[in-house]
Design a binder for this molecule. Structure first.
Ligand code: ZN
Length: 387
């Protein structure tokens, strides 16, 4: 007898090349079976998923999810299970000096699975721009924090903004690479400098340092340090990085997602590997909202639903090295499942450069299954239909 059976949904699982009407059976918090016509009487509980899309639990690989520790951060469940996302990774809100609250308070109070990227700066994003001077970097303490939290910390975060980056950008990126490399972890690099202080060629200079698995955040930013040259062509260093396995991540956020940059990249064949929201308190109620709205924007820009599911399941699972338990509907994997619907209508969606695009489809969470438990959506805000 199964605990739960999801019947007749359109199952999309890029990890197994599945896109078909299939039933999914769950037992003991794990996926038991994916097949056609599993009899309803074989399960204690049955969910009718007709006209819905059933995917591995969505993964938001970059949001700011240590609510209560840092003022810009949302609660993990607000970015997570309450909006159809079963796993989130915090993109460097904390550094070693304040990381302790993360496993002690944030993770135990969340249904959503939470990982994080540890900021190279000891104070994380508690002061922005961070890394005002070298005293904020303590390599020994950072290494000790990573060493004792290997199960939570998935990489080292660094933003190409502020004082130290202005004076010694490449050197600091090398420091982050070195410390992450000690633990065989990737680095996550933020591009997009609102204050326009770092060298205009810094992004170009650091791209060759990134290896397969390292993450470039805000690939579609229109801010200083972005990946389009003045003639609109993509930096050749970016194409090379993508080809050798550097993860190009969307990380929409409050300031770093431009429809125009995205169109320019997509037209030149440069696709993101992962789609993430970079959600914070200000962007939760306008502009960004969360992962499914970010996906909806990219669907309007021409990416297919299948591509978007891959960019929010299989690909981030690999980037976070959790593909053995998450990001797939294979039997034995955690029963983290997102049931989504595609709403039809008209919505005006805004990027971070005041461009408004009217879209006719909105990807919307219908039900979240987290380790076999049913969690209905509790959205703080969503885009309002256009008049
Ligand atoms: Zn961020």
């Amino acid at each position: 007898m199964y605990d739960l059976l999801i019947k007749e949904g359109r199952a999309i699982d890029p990890s197994q090349n599945i896109d078909d009407k299939l039933d999914i059976a769950i037992s003991g918090g794990k996926i038991s079976k994916v097949a056609k016509d599993i009899p309803a009487q074989e399960s204690r509980q049955v969910i009718d998923a007709r006209d819905k899309i059933v995917t591995p639990g969505l993964i938001d690989m970059h949001c700011h999810a240590c609510g209560g520790l840092i003022n810009i951060c949302v609660e993990p469940d607000t970015a997570g299970v309450k909006q159809g996302v079963t796993t989130v990774a915090d993109g460097g809100s904390t550094g070693q000096a304040i990381f302790g609250g993360f496993p002690k308070y944030v993770i135990p109070s969340s249904h959503t699975t939470v990982f994080c990227f540890l900021h190279l700066g000891s104070q994380g994003l508690s002061i922005m721009p961070e890394l005002r001077d070298w005293e904020e970097i303590d390599l020994d303490a950072t290494a000790a924090t990573i060493d004792s939290n290997r199960d939570v910390i998935k990489g080292v975060k660094l933003r190409l903004v502020g004082n130290i980056m202005e004076s010694a950008g490449v050197k600091v990126v090398k420091m982050a690479k070195k410390i992450a490399g000690k633990f065989d972890l990737p680095i996550m690099i933020h591009i997009g400098d609102v204050q326009k202080r770092v060298s205009p060629t810094l992004t170009q200079e650091i791209l060759p340092l990134l290896e397969s698995g390292d993450i470039l955040s805000h690939v579609f930013t229109a801010k200083h340090g972005g990946i389009l040259r003045s003639d609109g062509t993509v930096l050749p260093e970016l194409k090379e990085a993508s080809e050798r396995g550097v993860v190009l991540d969307v990380a929409h956020g409050w300031l770093n997602f431009s429809f125009e940059t995205a169109r320019g990249c997509l037209d030149q064949g440069v696709l993101p590997a992962t789609v993430s929201s970079d959600l914070t308190i200000p962007s939760l109620t306008t502009r960004t909202y969360g992962l499914t709205v970010t996906m909806s924007k990219l669907m309007a820009l021409g990416l297919s639903l299948e591509q978007l599911i891959q960019m929010t399941t299989t690909n981030p699972a690999r980037a976070l090295s959790i593909e053995d338990s998450k990001g797939s509907l294979k039997p034995g994997r955690d029963a983290d499942i997102s049931i989504l619907e595609i709403l039809s209508g008209a919505w005006n969606l805004e990027d971070t450069e005041q461009e408004i695009m009217q879209v006719s489809k909105l990807i919307s969470p219908s039900l979240t299954i987290k380790s076999g438990e049913l969690i209905p959506p509790q959205l703080v805000a969503q885009p309002q239909p256009a008049d």
